[in-house]
Design a protein around this ligand. Structure first.
Ligand code: ATP
Ligand code: MG
Length: 605
């Protein structure tokens, strides 16, 4: 039952692999374990219920051959009552099964989803760079729902129907083995065809689920990027792209349906033919007198009872296949190694005592998915930012400034060399400690759908109201107080209800709220007008006096915040010095800063 799953488009391009449905599904065991008692009880109850159904034909046989032939009304009533009781018990037991599995399975789904979410938070940034968010979204929703449905229904019924079919065939053969064989023999080609079908179906199921993920991505981007879509009048082409993808999903689903239909046709027709043949054969033998009418009735009603268990096998297998695919997709993500497990072996860190500031030593970095022939983005960065010093980082666009800042909080791992904070290698620091030491604000200020205050306080879980107000002041984000509910105002998804500059100032407040020892700011003031920028700078100066900071800067006005400036060029630090010195000594620096010389003369302290 092994298939090779199709290579997938967007999410990391993992190579085709060999897999088995059963092995995939077995990986669910750790999640199912806590509810195994209920699940097994439920399966047991269902088996009993289903086998009760098989007793009914035997009662019929007794009625036909006994009370009916003897014209005994008391016996007929007794038989009728017995049948009613059996039917009621069967229905009651199936109801009990449903009740038994409902709640525990919802909790299995919740547990798996919680694990997935936790895992996603721990995966390195490079993982998220590679994976489309829609793929992750569809795994957390559609795939997990498929799994819950699988555990609730097909899993139990594969067992129940399997047992019922075996028990039924045993009854059939024991009643009248020649007629029994007529029914059993067609089962052989059926099994073979089923497994053939499964192989084909598995591949299509995987494609369908992956395409659903891609579709989710398109929807998500369309919604988040609705301003761009509208602004550029791209709604038509966006709709076209969506239609093309959904057309793909549709045709894959149709392919699935066609496979399923073919299987169903087989599964429905073969037993029907077999029953027909048995009916003719049986009637002839009753007429000849070598079979009792009761036996034939019992035989045929057993065969009819078995029709559903046999027919259901097709879609139960299909659902199991979907579930196996969903399991694979779930574990594709869960198997990705979280950042913590990737710590590089440390070379003994020569400890400098006390404060040493932030040091980059021979730092080389290449993006994991960059083509091998391309030189690394950073090729040996050496830089020392002294304790309490503010260093501005300047460089042409695309020179790797953002990349360099992402290395300090270990959003990306250096490929060679090392970074130390007060003499301690950042790879030797526990992640929590590292992230408490270092605060960051990025070019793109990211806010969450929460209140303005909550967004800022994310920067320091233990900070109080006073810290919040101080941080807002430093970042010149006092506009918050003018919002309808002050710091309690919801800022909407991604903070889109705020202006770009307002968002940037909130992100800056978040970076400074915890009073971090090390501050890494990626061009934090780019969206502010000159006046506001000057105010932020004045306030930042007080904060920067007590922290060691690396500030990416494009404008001379931001550079002037810094004690020294480092020029990043061709993957290395080309020059370090005061703004004035670099202006004098570096032609590249001069050209980067040119056009705004007039301003810096007045501001330089
Ligand atoms: N996630 C990524 N995967 C692969 N390459 C990347 C990734 N992010 C950035 N790069 C590449 O790394 C190089 C440096 O990018 P980076 O964002 O660090 O530049 P920057 O100096 O911050 O530029 P800017 O001034 O425009 O913000 C660029 O050539 C970019 O194409
Ligand atoms: Mg940048």
């Amino acid at each position: 039952m092994s298939v090779t799953s199709e290579p997938r488009a967007q999410e990391g391009g993992s190579a085709p692999r060999h897999r088995s449905t059963t092995r995939s599904l077995l990986r669910l065991w750790p999640y199912v374990r806590p509810v195994r008692a209920r699940l097994f009880t439920a399966a047991g109850v269902a088996v009993v219920a289903s086998c009760l159904g098989l007793v009914i034909p035997l009662v019929l046989k007794w009625m036909v051959d006994g009370p009916i032939t003897d014209r005994d009304p008391g016996g007929v009533w007794l038989g009728g009552a017995l049948l009613l009781a059996l039917g009621t018990a069967e229905a009651g037991l199936f109801g009990l099964r449903r009740w038994l599995v409902g709640r525990p399975l919802a909790s299995v789904e919740a547990a798996m989803r919680a694990d997935l979410y936790r895992h996603l938070q721990r995966l390195p940034v490079s993982f998220h760079d590679r994976w489309a968010s829609g793929q992750l979204l569809s795994r957390a929703t559609t795939d997990l729902m498929l799994l819950r449905m699988f555990l609730a229904f097909p899993l139990t019924f594969l067992v129940v129907n399997g047992v019922t079919v075996l028990a039924g065939f045993a009854i059939l053969l024991s009643q009248e083995w020649t007629l029994g064989l007529v029914l059993v023999v067609p089962a052989v080609p059926l099994v073979i065809l089923c497994s053939f079908f499964e192989t084909r179906y598995a591949a299509v199921a995987r494609t369908a689920q992956d395409q659903t993920g891609d579709l989710t991505t398109v929807v998500e981007e369309g919604v988040l990027g609705v301003r761009i879509v509208k602004g550029f009048g791209r709604h038509r082409s966006q709709a076209r792209a969506f239609r093309a993808l959904s057309e793909q999903v549709r045709s894959t689903e149709l392919h699935k349906a066609r496979l399923l239909a073919a299987l169903w046709a087989l599964i429905m027709t073969l037993p029907e033919l077999a029953i027909g043949a048995a009916l003719v054969l049986g009637t002839v033998r009753v007429a000849d007198g070598d079979l009792s009418a009761g036996t034939l009735v019992a035989f045929l009603s057993t065969a009819l009872t078995l029709r559903w268990p046999v027919e259901s096998l097709g879609f139960l297998l299909a659902m199991s296949q979907d579930a196996a695919t969903a399991t694979d997709r779930y574990f594709d993500v869960m198997d990705a190694v979280p950042a913590a497990a990737r710590d590089r072996p440390r070379t003994a860190p020569p400890r400098r005592r006390g404060e040493d500031g932030l040091r980059f030593e021979g730092v080389e970095f290449r993006y994991p998915d960059a083509p091998p022939e391309e030189p690394p983005v950073l090729r040996g960065v050496d830089l020392h930012i002294r304790p309490g010093e503010t260093m501005a980082l300047v460089g042409a666009t695309g020179s790797g400034k953002t990349t360099l800042t992402a290395l300090v909080p270990r959003l990306q791992e250096v490929t060679r060399g090392r970074i130390t904070l007060d003499g301690r290698d950042i790879t030797a620091l526990p992640r929590e400690e590292l992230r408490a030491l270092v605060a960051v604000a990025f070019e793109e200020p990211t806010l969450f759908s929460a209140t303005a205050g909550e967004n800022v306080l994310m920067g320091a879980p233990h900070a109080g109201r006073e810290d919040l107000l101080r941080a807002l002041k430093v970042a010149q984000a006092d506009f918050v107080h003018a919002l309808p509910e002050g710091t309690e105002t919801e800022v909407g998804e991604q903070g889109l209800s705020l202006s770009g500059g307002q968002r940037q100032r909130l992100a800056l407040a978040r970076a400074v709220v915890g009073g971090p020892r090390f501050l890494v700011l990626d061009d934090p003031l780019s969206a502010l007008d000159v006046h506001t920028e000057a105010l932020v700078e004045a306030a930042l100066r007080q904060v920067l006096a007590s922290t060691t900071a690396l500030v990416v800067a494009h404008r001379p006005s931001t550079v002037l915040l810094a004690d020294r400036v480092a020029l990043l060029s061709e993957g290395r630090i080309a020059a370090v010095g005061t703004h004035q010195r670099l202006l004098r000594e570096s032609a590249e620096y001069r050209s980067l800063m040119s056009g705004q010389e007039g301003e810096e003369g007045e501001r330089n302290p």
